[in-house]
Ligand binder design. Structure first.
Ligand SMILES: *[C@@H]1O[C@H](CO)[C@@H](O)[C@H](O)[C@H]1NC(C)=O
Length: 587
């Protein structure tokens, strides 16, 4: 047999995937220290309190660096690079279990320019983030007095570090030493370190960053319960309606079967059976349709796997590991995309399968990279730390071409060979049947708009929690909830699209493929509208960078969610359609 054309690519893919895994760091990877061993305080970013994603390098403000110069090198993972993590060594001398009395570590020569920079930062409520042993610490840059004329800088960092055995389990920072910013003075920056024995277990050291009273609020439980009730109700309703109506339909159709030809001509045959010769006609634009379905299946697989991984492992304890995991899983699930997209395209009689594979493989990456590229321009203009380094861009492109594409090819070939046969229960007529006039609310456009309401209703409270954890300083950790909501979303989506499709086919309109996809995908429109509400009423973001970041990535998120829902809806509906036409006798 001829070797698969993608084989060398797959080897390269495996190598690249290995690169993607978070690399071991020599210095603090073990999280254990000997007495007097060096503990590194990493300065990360500084930025406005209300704009979480608008971050700059800590040293973009004219802070001074401590005298210690030994480490300034940090290996960041792909996820960190994409999230704008910029760790730089603070120059502070900290040793494990070695108290430091209050000491000056450097001096800022405050000229006019530096003062203006600090004043601007204080006016915009800048705060900064640091890391000790992967534990985040936040501090405020400074304060303005009431009438907004005098500005003060916090100059004294009082660190209290809790240890348990040979591990660091707790860090508290207190900012003290308010110094008024007067041009042409010298400002001394000082710090002290106090080590305290702590009973916190190493495994639980992130617990203090979690916010159970927010995430496990009664409303959250209530919303899950509510959605769950809705699902039970909906599933009951759908199965009842469909069982009864379908049984009636079948009875009617079999009665007509027994009538002789004369009667039948006079008889009123109507309903979904009439379109049996068209219902399996390929959808319009099969190429883009199958690419969307393939991508949607992949997004679903990625969501499922990432949520399960997040449930098992506390991904939030490591910077950027969520994003790295998501990229890794996305690349690894590319065959899913190829399989479903490619087999659907083959069943629809498509011939340009290579083109379909390319479009299917690059649909989502192109959408994400396009948005990132656009926002990157603004980030570069702002000198924000979110500007993606060139090396990272190259890495992402390499992943697309050497991992995602070959794996997609494997999936496509499998899909075309294993389930590419159009074994439909009914033959497709040569001539398409005209679509009869129908009531306005049976028009596909109306069905599409209404279809998204219930799925959106079942997830929007969870959306609030997800948005809040992404756009504000909260760590999302209740992945069990998320899993439940995903399951609920799937069930609701499938139920709704099945009902929509039943009505559509009953109105003798056979264009169900796009209608079922879009009626589920319209959930995305509601989610995007909700994100506007969230922006204006729940956040205090401002500025071009943060606003475009918010709306750009919300658009990406909503679209991905929409494609996922659409694919789920289509898959469910297509099983339903196949089922009902298998059972009816077609003469
Ligand atoms: C940090 O602050 C918390 C809350 O005030 C306190 O319970 C904890 O003991 C402090 N940890 C250290 C190491 O001082």
């Amino acid at each position: 047999m001829r070797p698969l054309p993608g084989a060398p690519g797959v080897a390269a893919a495996a190598a690249l995937l290995l690169l993607l895994l978070p690399r071991a760091r020599a210095d603090e990877h073990e999280h254990t220290y000997q007495d007097k061993e060096e503990v590194v305080l990493w300065m990360n970013t500084v930025g406005p309190y209300h704009n979480r994603q608008e971050t700059y390098k800590y040293f973009s403000l004219p802070f001074c660096v401590g005298s210690k110069k030994s480490i300034s090198h940090y290996h960041e993972t792909l996820g960190e690079a994409l999230q704008g993590v910029e760790l730089e060594f603070s120059g502070l001398d900290i040793k494990f279990k070695d108290d430091v009395m209050p000491a000056t570590y450097c001096e800022i020569d405050l000229d006019k320019e530096k003062r203006d920079a600090f004043v601007y930062a204080i006016k915009n409520h800048y705060w900064y983030q640091m890391y000790i042993d992967d534990l985040p610490i936040w501090g405020i840059v400074g304060e303005a007095d009431e009438n907004g004329e005098d500005y003060y800088l916090w100059t004294y960092k009082k660190l209290e570090i809790g240890f348990n055995g040979n591990r660091i389990v707790d860090v508290n920072l207190t900012s003290e030493g308010k110094v008024k910013l007067v041009p042409n003075t010298k400002i001394q920056m000082s710090y002290s370190v106090k080590w305290k024995k702590s009973d916190v277990k190493f495994e639980d050291r992130f617990d203090k960053y979690l916010d159970p009273s927010f995430f496990q609020h009664r409303i959250h439980w209530f919303s899950i319960f509510n959605s769950f009730m809705m699902v039970i109700f909906l599933v009951g309703l759908v199965s009842m309606i469909l069982m009864r109506t379908l049984r009636k339909d079948y009875a009617r159709y079999s009665k007509e079967e027994e009538m002789d030809d004369m009667d039948r001509d006079l008889g009123d045959e109507y309903g979904w059976k009439q379109v049996h010769g068209d219902v399996f006609r390929p959808s319009s634009h099969p190429l883009i349709f199958s690419s969307l379905i393939g991508s949607g299946c992949q997004i679903f697989a990625v969501s499922l796997i990432v949520i399960i991984v997040a449930m098992i492992e506390d991904l939030y304890t490591e910077r950027g590991s969520m994003l790295s995991t998501a990229i890794f899983v996305y690349a690894a699930t590319s065959p899913v995309n190829g399989y479903f997209g490619g087999s659907l395209y083959a069943r629809q009689g498509g011939r340009r399968w290579i083109k379909q594979m390319f479009i299917g493989a690059f649909l989502i990456p192109a959408m994400v990279c396009g948005t990132a590229f656009f926002i990157n321009f603004i980030a570069i203009y702002y000198h924000a730390s979110r500007a993606i380094p060139f090396g990272t861009m190259v890495a992402v492109c390499c992943i697309c071409f050497f991992v995602i594409l070959p794996l997609n090819l494997v999936g496509t070939i499998l899909g075309r060979n294993l389930s590419g046969q159009p074994n439909f229960p009914c033959r497709v007529n040569a001539v398409p049947r005209p679509i009869p006039e129908k009531k306005w609310f049976m028009e596909p456009a109306v069905i599409v708009c209404l279809g998204g309401i219930l799925p959106f209703g079942s997830i929007f409270i969870e959306m609030y929690f997800i948005f809040t954890s992404f756009w504000a300083y909260k760590i999302y950790y209740v992945y069990g909830f998320m899993m439940l909501v995903l399951v609920i979303l799937c069930i609701v989506t499938v139920c709704v699209t099945i009902v929509c499709t039943y009505f559509l086919l009953n109105a003798e309109d056979y264009r169900w493929q796009w209608t079922s996809f879009l009626s589920a995908a319209s959930t995305a429109i509601y989610v995007y509208m909700y994100s506007f509400y969230y922006y204006f009423f729940k956040t205090k973001m401002y500025g071009l960078f943060q606003t475009s970041f918010y709306f750009g990535y919300m658009a990406v998120f909503s679209t991905a969610l929409g494609i996922m829902c659409g694919a789920i809806g289509y898959m469910g509906t297509s099983a339903f359609v196949r089922k009902i036409y298998t059972n009816v006798k077609i003469d």
